[in-house]
Design a protein around this ligand. Sequence first.
Ligand SMILES: Nc1ncnc2c1ncn2[C@@H]1O[C@H](COP(=O)(O)OP(=O)(O)OP(=O)(O)O)[C@@H](O)[C@H]1O
Length: 650
Amino acid sequence: MTNQTQSRHIDNVMSVAMHGTAANGANELIHNSWRRCVNDYGLDPARPKAPHIVTSATLRAHQEQIEEFMQVARVGMEQMYKRVSGLGYVLLLTDAQGVTVDYIGNDARAPDLKKAGLYLGAEWSERSAGTCGVGTCVAEQTALTCHRDDHFDPTHIPLTCSAAPLFDPEGKFLAVLDLSALTSPTYKESQHLALHLTMMYAEMIEDANFLRHFQDRWILRLGTAWALVEVSGEIMLAYDDDGVVVGANTGARRLFGRAAGDVVGQPLTALFDLAPDDLLRLARAGTMGERSIVTRGSNQMFYASVKAPRPRPAARGSVVVEAADSAAPAHHPELDCLAGDDNTMRRLLDQAKRLLNRKLNILIHGETGTGKEVIAKALHRSSERAHKPFVAVNCGAIPESLIESELFGYTAGAFTGGRAKGMKGLILQSDGGTLFLDEIGDMPLHLQTRLLRVLSEQEVLPLGADKPVPVDLTVIAASHRDLRNLIGAGSFREDLYYRLCGATLHLPALRDRADKRYLIEKVLAEEAELLGMDAHLSLDAMHAMLCFAWPGNIRQLRNVLRFALAVSDGRTITAADLPQELTEQFSVLPAAPAVPAIASGGEDCEAAPLLDALVRHKWSVTKVSEELNLARATVYRYMKKYGIVPPNQR
Ligand SMILES: Nc1ncnc2c1ncn2[C@@H]1O[C@H](COP(=O)(O)OP(=O)(O)OP(=O)(O)O)[C@@H](O)[C@H]1O
């Protein structure tokens, strides 16, 4: 590859990222990724990066997170690799963060593949590697080919990568399957089959994982070809003994055009033109012979086959969920204000709005500090139950010996040390409102059993009482741990899990959100108001905050801003006011502000020093970036933000 090819590529990427136009015909998915790389991640195509290979301990930690899934995926990968082994491809499996957790390639080429990052442990997120098959698939959660100069980094131009997303049985994005080659023909069309093969195996792996996950459930398989439906249903729904759906594969989610959470919990009779008797017949017959099954509403016809559950010792509870309509969600300010322009969050909030007033238990997953309690409260306040109590319980923070009496309450004299009049437990205190059970994974097993009973019977038996008390209970449970792993380890009841997850909301980590600026400004405004201040962030402080990885998520963001407000001059927070961990991430950001902000005024004033430097250096971005100690991409980004256009482009 010539230097000229590389500089043309760099110009093209920057032109798209800054002005939205491209010299070549690369597609919108790729353009959006280039914009993210430059504008959100501060990457510069003129500064190529060597592949980042994580340490073996980190790799192990990533592998452990999806160990069971990897076993299923490995079988599919080996089959797929047999079909492409002579063609110079390597096969990567990455996790949802883009870290390569499994790999099959030609050992003879291992040194070259390792050099190019097509290897175990390589991190292919956009943030680390720029636009690439895996990273862009992680960001967009859709299949794509990233071919040659679609890549962001000019050193990746020889590569071609076709990637497809893999989702878990609840529709949560889990991994990426990627087929890559070190060299390829010029035309992107040459990778058409590679992409289709990758998508096909991704679905096969997903379905194998689905069948493993729901081996104790009935599985309804649907296909458009009778001969194939028994071996590979395109659409699969797992359901319980009552005919209520407990899981839907990607094909089924596509068919019903809804989030998995909406299909899950619906009776099959609501989704298909079936009478309850048909379900019984289905269960007994195993297959439906030549009989067809028709979807309600859209009237699509499929052939059906049924797989019986693995024999099991006891019947399980079922989730009863009211049907959800798919009408556009209404405006709910409490929920709407929780996110800015981030697709994952907007989708999540739309889903949350559809769940309102549906007498449905909700499970919220997310790292610590991502706002699980905040969204639980917003759901409560937006619901018809808003005037009733919202009772929050942190199951991890109450000593095990006290959880039972705290939750279920006790009667007078129930035990020594109790209050003389007895105590109304937290469950009864939440009657008619919402009980928020934080860190539900920490609830001891015997209390899980009692909670399950309360949920199914809607009555509580306080300690020492001889008669149960009716309760109108709606639970929102939250956990930062994957409850299915706890089920596997025997510390969480599967039936309680299904009772709780009428719908599951996965809150993204702050580092993965595209609306960081919105959240920073929102939390700053909230904190400043508490102190009666009117403060804003200087350019360099905002830059440091946008680039920080935020392991403690929004809670850490709030703490950092609280700290910065306390040490700042009360009007402008500069990088020097931020805790050290935020500024030491950049060698380019000195303790003193790189772009001095003018204290009184907003962002317009911050543009002045930049404009001044550009004029003095006759619009040379390179010289300005050196003077201000900022990456070139950052200078371009600020120019775009403040609408500074060089004279030759006006
Ligand atoms: N959308 C948001 N806007 C403003 N602040 C938020 C938002 N989401 C969360 N926060 C703030 O982040 C902090 C943590 O929120 P919250 O307690 O809801 O997180 P969590 O996920 O429940 O944490 P944990 O898992 O540790 O219990 C709180 O200070 C909250 O005010």
